[in-house]
Design a protein around this ligand. Structure first.
Ligand code: NAP
Length: 264
């Protein structure tokens, strides 16, 4: 299937690993011009530069200026932006709501919500100039299934899902589509980095981190397919939503969680 993404300019936030890296890879493979931002440039992201000419931009996207800088670099390089993927987000496991201080709330909201607000504000004038612009926000099932252990992240993701809907309403008549993707657990460093959620689950369950990801998490979270999602699966959905083939899809949120959410 030709997704008609070739030669489109796509900005991807948080792209050095995990879902963002898989999205940059998928857009690169389709022949898009990808401008990818993260603090570090990993060997995997460098490899995408070699393979597909992906532009890797070292930038702190949690700052007030970071997202605008990334978008500006894309415009400087290509003269246009047609697709924005707001992928950046961060969570830390909390013993209690009472343990989260002001600075931590601010950090999680900067990464998870305000980076998307700022990137959208910078990109929208260019998306409006495009012949069919698209924003895809990587939200989370925690937006509508909040967990106390990630109370701040859940609240920020609810804000991101809400932002998607509001922007879709305002800008659909002017040719820009805005959609969200809500993944359940996805196999990325978010879970698998040392000391992250896989290690914590393994310690609780008395298993290895690998077993925690392959068996404990799917079972304890009620994932019907009995497996967590892979990053390339989120990337495939992102590609489709960015494609003109999804030209009448806007203001929608797509869950990709192996059936974890049981309600309609
Ligand atoms: N994995 C999951 O289970 C899951 C589930 C639902 C939703 N999500 C959402 O999916 C998105 C991607 O998650 P992921 O699992 O791929 O995360 P990840 O593996 O932790 O990767 C995060 C990416 O963001 C970059 N990043 C972190 N802080 C940054 C900053 N200040 N400025 C610029 N870049 C920064 C990281 O690169 P550097 O460290 O080099 O900056 C990395 O490329 C997030 O919004 C997350 O909330 C993930």
């Amino acid at each position: 299937m030709d997704l008609q993404i070739k030669d489109k300019v796509a900005v991807v936030t948080g792209a050095s690993k995990g879902i963002g890296l898989a999205i940059a890879d998928a857009f690169g493979r389709e022949g898009a011009h990808v401008v990818a931002g993260s603090r570090s440039i990993t060997p995997e992201l460098e490899a995408l530069h070699e393979k597909y000419g992906v532009t890797a931009v070292p930038v702190d996207l949690s700052t007030a200026d970071g997202p605008g800088t990334l978008v500006r670099l894309a415009v400087d390089q290509y003269g246009r932006v047609e697709i924005l993927v707001n992928n950046l987000g961060a969570a830390t496991s909390r013993p209690s709501f009472l343990d989260i201080d002001e600075a931590e709330w601010q950090r999680i909201f900067n990464m998870t919500l305000f980076s998307a607000v700022r990137a959208s504000r910078a990109a929208l004038p260019h998306l409006l100039d495009a012949d069919g612009g698209a924003i895809i926000n990587i939200s989370s099932i925690n937006a509508r299934m909040p967990f106390p252990a990630v109370v701040d992240y859940s609240a920020a993701k609810a804000g991101l899902s809400s932002l998607s809907k509001s922007l879709s309403e305002e800008f659909a008549p002017r040719g820009v589509r805005v959609n969200a993707i809500a993944p359940g657990p996805v196999r990325t460093p978010f879970w698998t980095a040392p000391g992250a959620f896989a290690d914590a689950t393994a310690a609780q369950a008395g298993t290895t981190a690998q077993e925690a990801m392959d068996v404990v998490v799917p079972k304890s979270m009620g994932i019907s397919t009995r497996r967590i999602t892979e990053a390339h699966e989120v990337a495939a959905l992102t590609l489709f939503l960015a494609s003109p083939l999804a030209g009448n899809i806007t203001g929608a949120e797509f869950t990709i969680d192996g059936g974890q959410i049981k309600t309609l």
